[in-house]
Write a protein that binds this ligand. Structure first.
Ligand code: FBP
Length: 695
């Protein structure tokens, strides 16, 4: 720095440039806050009404009919502009209201815009209305912990990611006590309506609250939120009423940008396989969208694996007039073989690197693991039911848990336990690595879901891959292909005859662009033996350096980098699609409230088309419910949508995946989706999956 005078720190910090550069609020945030999302035309002014749409049919679940009698007969309702509203209806529409809002479950980009949409409509219609935000999720309702949502609070969060305005939580309002406390909070606040912004489980909860609150006149409206994309609404005859939940697009774009950056790095440094686990709980929608966005070399879609049939095994059994049930569904071992095959094929073309996408819920579709998950769910649920304590409290460490499982197999169980855990289960379970046993025994979430995000799925799979690749190295099958031109120049520069050595070194010399070292040459020692045998060198001579160099380059190292994409995408600021989607869902929720609905979920039809075609709807939550295993017993929940392997999006992926694997001498086919852009024309309109499915 020489003799230059240092500016004192106080003056430096007070300098306008330093203040601007160190402000918590970046220019992007400022731009986001003032951006106005588009409004569906019905919301532009005046009043809306609801048009019943009984032609959209759903088959009711018998249990839902029994426990949700007051909302099970709701129809789909279309929100329309209504300038002819009667005076009485106008008064009801515009009455002063108190509305409570709660986030439930994991954050999803676009959530703040749902609140902004409700706020703007509620205040436009009646500036005296008040919005309350329950803090930290459903706990805020139970415990009466809330804040008033003011315009300055809303303005600070417009078009911003996260749920930080009022925060979120995963508590389920499922007991009589919790429902009573919630009712008391809502009554104390004189709420007219409660809006639950959540996933399938939270909207399930919203339906139960709608039923419970009906007699008190408190309306309950759900809003479909989740990055997982597994809340989709289709009628019995397959008409799509809501193609996706908000947050999915942003998370998928955020993951994809990171994954495509890795593709850039990996194809430059050519030494790593990047293993990218992406969130999505059970469904593989995010993995599929990620594949379409990035053209990663290898992507697995859990839903496809579930349908896998090992035909070889099946045929073999059929020859003896037997049916081999183990041929249906994929095993971990088989999955690892499929992965190895792709790695070996790419390496043969000189590409010992690549990008692999694994959905976080892939294990759910692997038979042997799914059986463990189901059995352990049941064992834990039974234990909790029989004993007056919680399984995870009683057995705080893995050894105690394993010990309990062992006791189930040898009859030391307490009276009443059902031994679905047999010796074979115990043996197989004990063969799993400790971290994976711990993962499978992890506590289920409040809704009884297996917590996939906490299991190192990618590690268990890659460990098996590494083990098998070692075998393939041993028997000479896994080799890095040597490019013909490079080989020739390397040898010719040292005065060696490429043809003479090529025939001895390679198994496909002369008829390929990439040469593969013979399977028998697996070490420098076996290399020398081959050259001596073919009299290219003498026993006491060294292998020529260029030949050793070529051999070393052909010997693969399988180096991986493991990544987990989840929380980062969940917290991303929303794409334009999610800004618009969230905001219009908020206005839809308000319209449903102002027109007297309850037990409905705000939805938008035609998301897969241009914005001009978007249609706001209310969808009856009770009609979307069915019985499902949760915590070892059947519970009424909203059915999750998983990837449809007959959909256009999946079929396009399937048709192109061989090209994207690029196990050929050509170029990789990576796609650069680019960063999420808030302004500018390059930001896409909607998820690729939706666009393809609309064709
Ligand atoms: P929601 O279903 O609540 O939207 O949460 C989605 C999700 O991000 C899943 O993709 C993931 O498996 C899970 O949440 C992670 O949960 P947690 O926040 O408890 O770690």
């Amino acid at each position: 720095m020489g003799s230059s005078v240092k500016i004192d720190i106080k003056t430096l910090l007070n300098h306008s440039l330093a203040e601007e550069m160190t402000s918590d609020v970046s220019k992007d945030v400022l731009e986001r806050r003032v951006f106005s999302p588009k409004k569906i035309s019905v919301f532009s002014e005046g009043y809306t009404s609801l048009e019943e749409q009984p032609h959209y049919k759903f088959s009711n679940d018998k249990e839902a009919e029994k426990v949700l009698p007051d909302i099970i007969n709701n129809n789909v309702q279309k929100i329309v502009n209504d300038s002819e509203k009667s005076e009485k209806d106008r008064k009801y529409f515009a009455k002063k209201r108190n509305i409570g809002i709660v986030f439930s479950g994991g954050p999803a980009p676009g959530g703040h815009n749902v609140i902004a949409g409700i706020f703007d409509e509620a205040k436009r219609v009646n500036p005296d209305s008040t919005l309350y935000g329950f803090l930290l999720g459903p706990d805020g309702i139970i415990e009466g912990n809330y804040i008033e949502i003011t315009s300055s609070l809303v303005d600070a969060h417009r078009n911003m990611g996260g749920f930080s305005m009022i925060k979120t939580g995963r508590t389920k309002i499922d007991s009589k006590g919790k429902i009573a406390f919630s009712k008391r909070t809502c009554k104390d606040l004189k709420l007219d309506a409660l809006v639950v912004i959540g996933g399938d489980d939270s909207n399930t909860n919203a339906a139960f609250l709608a039923q419970e609150f009906k007699s008190s006149g408190i309306q309950v409206i759900g809003v479909p939120k989740t990055i997982d994309g597994d809340i989709q609404v289709r009628t019995d005859c397959g008409i799509t009423l809501c193609a996706i939940s908000f947050g999915f697009h942003t998370a998928a774009r955020a993951f994809s940008q990171n994954i495509s950056n890795l593709a850039n790095d990996s194809s430059s440094d050519v030494k790593y396989w990047h293993i990218c686990k992406v969130m999505g709980r059970v469904a593989s929608h995010l993995a599929l969208e990620g594949a379409l966005q990035t053209h990663a070399n290898l992507t697995f879609i859990g839903e496809e694996l579930a349908d896998y049939v090992d035909n070889e095994r099946l045929d073999k059994a059929l020859q003896n007039d037997e049916l081999d049930y183990t041929a249906f569904g994929i095993t971990l071992r088989h999955l690892s073989r499929v992965i190895c095959d792709a790695i070996v094929r790419r390496a043969a073309c000189g590409k010992n690197y690549g990008i692999m996408i694994l959905p976080e819920g892939i294990l759910e579709f692997i038979n042997e693991i799914q059986i463990f998950i189901i059995k352990l769910n049941k064992i834990i649920a039974d234990y909790n039911k029989i004993h007056d304590t919680d399984f995870h409290t009683s057995f705080s460490n893995l050894n105690e848990k394993l010990d309990y499982l062992k006791r189930l197999t040898i009859g030391l169980k307490s009276e009443g336990d059902i031994s679905i855990w047999n010796l074979r289960d115990d043996d197989l379970f004990n063969q799993l690595p400790t971290f994976f046993q711990e993962g499978l025994l992890i506590e289920r979430d409040t809704h009884g879901n297996f917590q996939f995000s906490q299991v190192k799925t990618e590690k268990i799979i890659i460990d098996m891959v590494e083990e098998y690749l070692d075998m393939l190295i041993e028997n000479g099958e896994y080799k890095v292909g040597i490019e013909e031109g490079y080989y020739r120049t390397t040898l010719e520069q040292s005065g060696l005859d490429p043809d003479q050595f090529g025939k001895v070194l390679f198994r496909n010399y002369g008829n390929n662009k990439f040469f593969l070292v013979k399977k028998t040459i697996i070490s420098r020692k076996t290399l020398k033996q081959a050259l001596v045998l073919e009299k290219l060198i003498k026993e006491d001579e060294n292998v020529p350096e260029p030949v050793t160099l070529i051999f070393d380059k052909s010997a693969p190292k399988f180096m991986t980098q493991l990544h987990f994409y989840g929380y980062d995408g969940r917290g991303n600021d929303p794409t334009l699609f999610d800004c618009n989607f969230g905001y219009n869902l908020g206005m839809t929720a308000f319209s449903l409230i102002a027109n007297g609905s309850t037990g409905q979920m705000a939805a938008i039809k035609n998301l897969e088309h241009d914005f001009e075609k978007w249609e706001p709807l209310g969808v009856p939550i009770a009609k979307l419910m069915h019985l499902e295993e949760r915590k070892g017993s059947l519970a009424l929940v909203i059915e999750r949508s998983v990837v449809d392997i007959d959909s256009n999006a999946f079929r396009v992926f399937k048709a192109l995946r061989e090209e994207w694997l690029a196990a050929n001498p050509g170029k990789d086919r990576f796609r650069r989706p680019g960063p999420i852009r808030f302004t500018g024309k390059s930001e896409e309109d909607r998820p690729i999956t939706l666009t393809l499915n609309s064709i």
